[in-house]
Ligand binder design. Sequence first.
Ligand SMILES: Cc1ncc(C[n+]2csc(CCOP(=O)(O)OP(=O)(O)O)c2C)c(N)n1
Length: 341
Amino acid sequence: MSAGKQPSPILSAQVSGGLPADVDREEWLHMYEQMFKIRTFEEHVNDLYQSAKMPGLAHLYIGEEAIAVGVCEALRRDDYITSTHRGHGHCLAKGASVDRMFCELLGKEPGYCHGKGGSMHIADQDTGNLGANAIVGGSAGIATGAAFSSKMLGTHQVAVCFFGEGALGQGVLYEEMNMAQLWTLPVVYVCENNLYNEYTHHSESTAGSMRARAEAFGILTVEVDGQNVREVHGAAHRLVERARRSEGPAFMLCHTYRYLGHHVGDINRGYYRSKEEETEWKTKRDPLKLLSNWLIENHLADAGIFEGIESQVKDEVSAALEYALNAPFPAPEEVSQHVYV
Ligand SMILES: Cc1ncc(C[n+]2csc(CCOP(=O)(O)OP(=O)(O)O)c2C)c(N)n1
């Protein structure tokens, strides 16, 4: 299908699931900071790739920040998440440190996997992050298994499984949702519909209704504007606390958009989507602008507050990058440690 021919979900997204959460001004500002941190981190990752300082590729989360932040801010530190190939935002939102993230991407020893996992394999047990996953849909079993362990052990931990809408074509997701509903497991499936599976619009790969897939199992399903962190957070809070009360799994369908390419090397995107579409999302549906505008309009903040947050985050991320660039690589004799051989 030619670029720009798809109906714009900006205008047509049916929003039904976001409920207001009891969140104060400081928490909204914290969410702004977290979203800006993810964006700044990702911009540096893009620069690292373009200046050939980073081995391999990365799939950037810019544009989708409100989902990771809105959901993870509804979680406890010991709750679990599983992530995807586009996972930096999930890791940071769950509490990963920027310096160790950069180290991992650069193959340096202080990285989360001692520099041996890279962009698509970051895991951090201290923050409940059970790992990014390069296999589309591959973490559904891990998240559902974590929810099963929580139920068996009675810990009341909740597991969140992030995935793109491309994973709706993977059979494992349906086996897991079936079990989760049968056994009332505390798991929330968060589908990030950014419209494209690599270079293919979802309408060419995903038949029928996305939300009906979970509804067929009797799973509570909500649909939110994934660019609006207030709406994402409201829905996530409700679904996570419901799961924690042993009331069962949920499915959250979030409408969003990745501003850049499928990966950092996907520069010329004109053959599968239009510049106009990209511009429309960036200018009308930016998650940072939506939150800051709302806070300003409601007299909860002024522009200076956001400038201060941004300047502090930029300094923090630059210092972390400097640290990572100067950090050591793992010693050659450690090559077979911490990996499956
Ligand atoms: C099982 C499997 N099939 C194919 C691929 C190749 N692949 C990598 S990303 C991707 C598209 C994923 O789209 P989506 O799940 O919507 O996530 P997004 O990239 O949009 O965040 C594909 C097909 C893969 N990694 N795993």
